[in-house]
Design a protein around this ligand. Sequence first.
Ligand code: ZN
Length: 353
Amino acid sequence: MFDLVKELTELPGPTGLEDRVQDWIADRWSRFAETRRTRVNNVLAHVGGSGPRLALVAHADEICLMVKSISDEGFLHIWPYYADQRGKPPRWFTPVNQPALIMTSSATIPGVFATASGHVVGGRNSQQEEVGWNDWFIDVGARSRAEVASLGIGPGARAIWNPETRRIRQNIVGKAMDDRAALAIATAAGERLAARDDLPFELWLAATVQEENGLLGASSLADEMTFDLAIALDVGLTGDIPGPDKRDFPACLGAGPIVVYQDATCHYSVRLSDRLVATARERGIPVQQAVFQNYGSDGAALIRRGVATALLTYPTRYTHSPIETVQESDLAQAVDLLCAFIEAGPERKEEPR
Ligand SMILES: [Zn+2]
């Protein structure tokens, strides 16, 4: 599982430019399933089986920053991937001093997210308390706007932070655990279930685009294929670090996948969620249950289009940062739970197609 997670998380796939990830996914999934690209660049794979049509859904995109202008000296000025209502970065959004990768449709260019250091703006010169977006910039090693232009970089280019994915004792740490670890889970489950010839669901995998930008890929899934039910896969919030209140975030790393009943955007199917929990208990797979604030998933877009959907997550610390942290056992248990759930088959109420 670590190798799969490392390979997927280190692919660059900022929102709106997910091609590298989707190419990898289409290639890998086509080894065990019939795979196609949709018009919005989602990847769909038909794993097999017969019965109600079930989709496992994970998103390919990762959060990013957008280049908005280039200075005379060749620095890239940036804005965030989201619609900023505050006019400044929140204190938990931390690209600065990270390796950067700038992406255009034709190239990837390395750089660093930078800010002027205390030696040049600190001490008695420091009047400014708050950090603004324009205090941050990207240095690609160029000396002029023309040199940056020659690299193919202009407004609209995307930049991601670009650390390696590595093990730190029990932790796997890196970027884009949101949501590539979910694609790793879907891939592992798909591979295992494709080997079965008696699947009691018609099983599909979906890798969606532009989740971080308002669930845009998932919104069109229901037009591309009619599903009876779905399980969205994404990062799960934990309270097992200094800061959050455990009354709000009771889940932790190492205690199994988390079934999420409700978040800021929707209430998930109670029946499907309860069955995931019951399946885990029957099979001796650790499982956690939660409700999340300040959080959303592709599931909301599917529910809006009439697909009964549950949200299965894996505990993740430091979400939307360059050090998103997961534990391998939670990911493996999510695969086990999905396979057990699918092998157990549908409830009678779910009419087969
Ligand atoms: Zn996500």
